[in-house]
Design a protein around this ligand. Structure first.
Ligand code: ADP
Length: 439
């Protein structure tokens, strides 16, 4: 600092020396004093102008528009500009960090909301906004409980017992959402609110509960019947004919349980196996003939079974496809009254140059048909239009669920066209990539 003062004073004295000498030359001591004073005044005015420019620039500093200053002021300007550059760099880095942080919060699949000490929303990400039906810009600085108009949420926030999460239902434009809400107090009375959409989790859990209840029920019924017969065989004096009749009925019930367990295992395998099905060539015309034989055996002459098969085979897992087609054929026989018709068809569509387009396996029957409201639910596990009829004919309620999964794994979809009282057609269309030309 001393060096700067010494330099400044030295320079000032030098600037004053020449006019003082000139004044002294012309006007003696008075002239020298006037010369020195005039020089001092000129330096002061020049300094004041430069200082004013610098002060004006410091009010709105900008590195693009620098003031015209010289000498020591240019040094001050240079140092201030350098400081400014440092601050700007630091600010930019902080802003980038904040932007990245906000981006990460926006990318979160969970809703994130910051609530200040007075209960107003400080910030929320797009997921929280969609969970609570808010506008992330317009609704900032509004009270959270006023915007999220829900009595359970209001009570939860008022009780301040945040150790347990809140499960809250909210009716939105896309239906009812089930939200899991957690609140974490932090800082000086602020709160961090996290929301998670658990609608699907809850739905899956409900399906799992239904499934377990259904399986238990399906197994319980034949078991109860068998247990009853065992009791009768042990305690009652029965004739040979009666004993034989009971054993036949017990056999039927145990067959029913076996079929159920087999279908459950097939379904578990289809649903749980993420691997692509094995790639074998399934000889379709031969399979269609075999399925027709099975249908005739099941029908025992009560129906007319027809077959139609184009040339061309299918690539996929033989066991899965056979099980799916066989389920469709046995349904057609079981749900078609005596005297009806069942037509099993394999059609391969080709373009004008004999190129493969698609192939379709279908089973058409002239049976009882299905009312339109049931059709979308047919592939649900244990869904039956007529429970009694299904059981009577040996159904497990899992056949079409198996068909659906087996076909999906082969890029085919089950299509159902039916008219109540007239009959149904179940078909599966396969893409060209799955067809093998017999030639
Ligand atoms: P199930 O073992 O009961 O036959 P599925 O899953 O195979 O179970 O079929 C579900 C339901 O769809 C059946 O219970 C029946 O009501 C209906 N259904 C299936 N196929 C036919 C068909 N060809 N004609 C009429 N109804 C059918």
């Amino acid at each position: 600092m001393l060096r700067v003062v010494a330099l400044r004073v030295g320079a000032l004295l030098l600037v004053m020396a020449l006019p003082a000498a000139l004044g002294g030359w012309f006007g003696g001591a008075l002239g020298a004093a006037l010369g020195a004073l005039a020089a001092l005044l000129a330096v002061l005015v020049r300094d004041s102008v430069q200082l004013a420019r610098l002060l004006r620039w410091l009010r709105w500093p900008s590195r693009e528009r620098l003031p015209a200053v010289h000498g020591v002021w240019s040094e001050v300007l240079y140092r201030s500009a350098r400081q400014l550059r440092l601050w700007e760099g630091r600010l930019q880095r902080e802003e980038d960090k904040l932007a990245r942080f906000i981006e990460a919060l926006q990318a979160s699949p969970n809703g994130v909301m910051m609530i200040d000490a007075s209960g107003q929303i400080d910030w929320c990400n797009a997921t929280a906004a969609s969970h609570f039906g808010l506008d992330p810009q317009r609704d900032l600085r509004q009270h959270a409980v006023h915007l999220i108009r829900n009595p359970e949420f209001f009570a939860y926030m008022a009780a301040r017992r945040f150790a347990e999460p809140l499960l809250m239902r909210r009716v939105g434009p896309a239906g009812t959402l089930l939200l899991n809400i957690q609140v974490m107090p932090y800082g000086d009375g602020q709160k961090l609110l996290l929301s998670r959409d658990v609608t699907q989790v809850e739905r899956t859990e409900a399906m799992r509960r239904d499934f377990v209840a259904n399986v238990s029920h399906e197994i319980k019924t034949p078991l109860t019947v068998i247990a009853g017969f065992i009791e009768s065989l042990r305690t009652l004096q029965l004739s040979d004919a009666e004993r034989e009749r009971m054993l036949v009925l017990m056999q039927e019930q145990s067959d029913r349980m076996r079929r159920l367990v087999e279908d459950l295992l097939t379904l578990a395998h289809l649903e749980g196996d993420p691997h692509q099905p094995a790639e074998e060539t399934v000889r379709m015309p031969a399979l269609v003939e075999r399925l027709a034989e099975e249908a005739r055996a099941l029908s025992q002459g009560r129906h007319v079974i027809e077959v139609e098969a184009d040339r061309g085979d299918l690539r996929g897992a033989s066991a899965e496809l056979t099980s799916a087609f066989s389920n469709l054929v046995s349904n057609a026989v079981r749900y078609t009254p005596e005297g009806g018709r069942v037509r099993i068809a394999w059609r391969v569509a080709r373009d004008d140059d004999d190129g493969l387009q698609w192939a379709e396996f279908s089973v058409r029957d002239s049976g009882i048909g299905i009312a339109p409201e049931h059709i979308p639910r047919l592939t649900e596990r244990f869904y039956r239009v007529d429970r009694g009829r299904s059981r009577e004919s040996g159904g497990t309620g899992l056949g079409l669920a198996i068909v659906k999964h087996a076909l999906l794994r082969h890029q085919a979809e089950l299509r159902v066209v039916s008219q109540f009282g007239q009959g149904s057609t179940f078909s599966a269309r396969f893409p060209a990539a799955r067809i093998v030309d017999a030639d």
